[in-house]
Ligand binder design. Sequence first.
Ligand code: ZN
Length: 235
Amino acid sequence: MRRNSFLDYVKKKAINSKDFIIHKRKIFFKDNLSEDIFLNRVINFIESNVPEELFQYIDYFIIGDFNSFKEREINALYHEGVIYISNIQEDEQDLIDDIIHELAHSIEKNQKGLIYGGVSLESEFHSRRMKLYQKLLDEGFNEVRKMKDKFSNPEYDSDFDFFIYENIGYENIRKYASSIFVTPYAVTSLEEYFATGFEYYFLKSRKKLREVSPYLFSVIERIYEELVGKRREYI
Ligand SMILES: [Zn+2]
């Protein structure tokens, strides 16, 4: 073994054997994160901003480069108790966003009754989609007419997704949907409406979420109360 490769080996070993844990759930590495990401900062931030009880559907995390990320153009995924996260991250915030977003999906998959019970969240999402439809029509995007049925479908639909991001464009959605949805990605489907709202609640502005999506805001508060056992304290 050459000296350099031996040093690399030791370094790698040291990184891999150091335990990184978020609220008692271990982070495993399939591939290493880039060196300029300080994982301890990410862990500290999450542990002090999101209570442990909300992690009850997570067994562990795996960081790495997975084929399904490329195939599905995603960089994180929740599946059966595990959060898979890409090792390619721009900065610590990017990694925090991914973890909180997938945390939302873990709760969404396990608390459907609490989230979708009744029809209110779906009807709020539906009314937002219809507002966006009308807004785009008013702004001269006549091609939305042929997609009208798709605007009424709360499920993920790849044709709708393609239409929104390729035909209309992310920047136009950001521009015209800013008072209708908290982020352009919330337009994607009812599940993403919930997940982006959850992310926004913990990482951005609860105030804006309450203004833009009041019912979604109340659902997240209810989940918090139910899983954590107390109301969220406001500072
Ligand atoms: Zn998602």
